[in-house]
Design a protein around this ligand. Sequence first.
Ligand code: ZN
Length: 198
Amino acid sequence: MDLYSGKINKLIEELSTLPGIGAKSAGRLAFYLINEPEEHVKRLTNAIIDAKENVHYCSECFTLTDEEVCPVCRSPKRDHRVIMVVENTRDLAAYEKTGRYDGVYHVLHGAISPMLGIGPDDIKLKELMKRLTGDIDEVIIATNSSLEGETTAMYISKLIKPSGIKVSRIASGVPVGGDLENIDEVTLLRALEGRTEL
Ligand code: ZN
């Protein structure tokens, strides 16, 4: 039995496809939105569409940005010879929040996972190797300490080693399976400062 009209059900259904939103929350959100002034709802939907249409990968580090080259890659104050490899843009943001890292990044958009059928070609690894043909002093691998993150770190290290570029791995102060973005800044800085050469 449908409790609500088709249009309300449709909205609840769409909202419940969002991560972290269960059926109950989706219902709550749907009724909240319906009761909001039309202007607010339009602002919200426009922001979603605008972000979706205009956000793309930075042509250098592949983080999500609405510019051709992201602010970090564009900055002359950053050390462009040190590249920190992270799994996603949220991890990059976590390190940026510490305000203490002055190198640049490379965003893989995932990690190698044989279980999920994600191989080296499914993440931005070729793009990383291409960047390493330039003048690079160190690659800091800051993938998560999950099985996938560790697998990816090992794979990248083996790939880079022959080039003679220094490869290091952030210290394991980062909880296993923990998303970097959920870790406090002190822990992140400790992991970065305690990195070891692979
Ligand atoms: Zn960039």
